[in-house]
Design a protein around this ligand. Structure first.
Ligand SMILES: Nc1ncnc2c1ncn2[C@@H]1O[C@H](COP(=O)(O)OP(=O)(O)OP(=O)(O)O)[C@@H](O)[C@H]1O
Length: 300
């Protein structure tokens, strides 16, 4: 279990991450979403032990991660901007990781060559962007990590390779209880693979929930009132995240379970009523709107 407790990170005088808490259960995939500059990379780098928080603590299986080299060795971070030794071949990079990671698994490395099919003698810096990312996953999985921290992991990967890597992650989760924390702007990908989601804005976590709960907690409602003067009364009964009017039709994004929304609306006479679930992308946009991120007229 990964527990982040009230961590803050300042750059100069600005808080990049403010008193943020989060917990990720063993064997789960947690998707970290957020606006540009929200502090996602800074948070991941603190968890990976690259930045030291100004305050707060990061615990892995109840032990302080930063001070504990054995724990830090079981966390593997694949950053957004990859870096390799300038002249190193894939084989030499593997040798480097073998030296530094005591659980390096040579057999696993050889098995994974069948997936990645990249010549071991090629210089990593001369590989394409997507191939470099494949090498990063290849090396990461060969260190047999307990925690994999991924910053924009699919950038540059073709759809077939994306699927292969997803399958590898699912396999590691099923067989070894690997825990994965992913930061991404690709919400479809997050929706597809994550079981838990957190949304960050301006250094804080504005919402974190089980993905299924999050999706059943917000709905898109389209309605037309028989008597338009009842609009305010109706809206007061709903937790409205966003409202738009198109002629006499009201388009609403409403927080709450389907049953409670239907119940709140029941006593109002309507000419039209439609209730639809939201995609994660839509939930993200309206949650951001709720905290003051400008989202005028983008009802999807
Ligand atoms: N090394 C640094 N020195 C100074 N400020 C930094 C540094 N790294 C990040 N910041 C600042 O911290 C804030 C959060 O940045 P961060 O990279 O964590 O955001 P992010 O959520 O990953 O953004 P994006 O989605 O755009 O990649 C930003 O205001 C950024 O300018």
């Amino acid at each position: 279990m990964l527990q982040v407790k009230q961590i803050t990170k300042k750059f100069d005088k600005e808080d990049a991450v403010k008193s943020l808490s989060l917990s990720v259960k063993k064997g789960s995939i947690y998707g970290l979403l957020g606006s540009n500059g929200a502090g996602k990379t800074t948070l991941l780098k603190m968890i990976a032990g690259i930045y030291r928080p100004n305050s707060g603590e990061i615990l892995i299986n109840d032990k302080a991660a930063y001070e504990n080299p054995d724990i830090r060795e079981k966390i593997f971070f694949i950053p957004d901007a990859l870096s390799f030794y300038p002249q190193a071949t894939v084989k030499q990079m593997a040798g480097h990781y073998q030296y530094f990671y005591k659980d390096w698994n040579e057999k696993r490395f050889e098995e994974l060559q069948k997936v990645f099919k990249i010549d071991l003698n090629r210089k990593v810096q001369r590989l394409s962007k997507g191939m470099k990312r494949q090498v990063a996953f290849w090396l990461a999985l060969s260190t047999m990590p307990d925690f994999l921290i991924l910053d924009e992991p699919i950038d540059g990967l073709d759809p077939v390779m994306r699927q292969k890597i997803k399958n590898l992650l699912f396999q590691e989760i099923a067989e070894r209880n690997l825990t994965v924390l992913i930061s991404s702007h690709n919400l479809r990908e997050i929706e597809d693979i994550c079981d838990h989601v957190g949304i960050m804005h301006k250094g804080t976590m504005i919402i974190q929930k089980d993905l299924d709960d999050l999706k059943s907690d917000t709905h898109k409602v389209q309605l037309a009132l028989k008597d338009p003067s009842h609009e305010e009364h109706l809206l007061n009964k709903l937790d409205v995240l966003h409202k738009e009017k198109r002629g006499s039709v009201l388009l609403l994004i409403v927080k709450g379970k389907e049953d409670s929304i239907r119940k709140a609306i029941k006593s109002t006479e309507l000419l039209l009523f439609d209730l639809l679930p939201l995609t994660l992308e839509e939930i993200f946009i309206y949650e951001m709107g709720d905290v003051g991120y400008e989202i005028e007229n983008i009802l999807l």
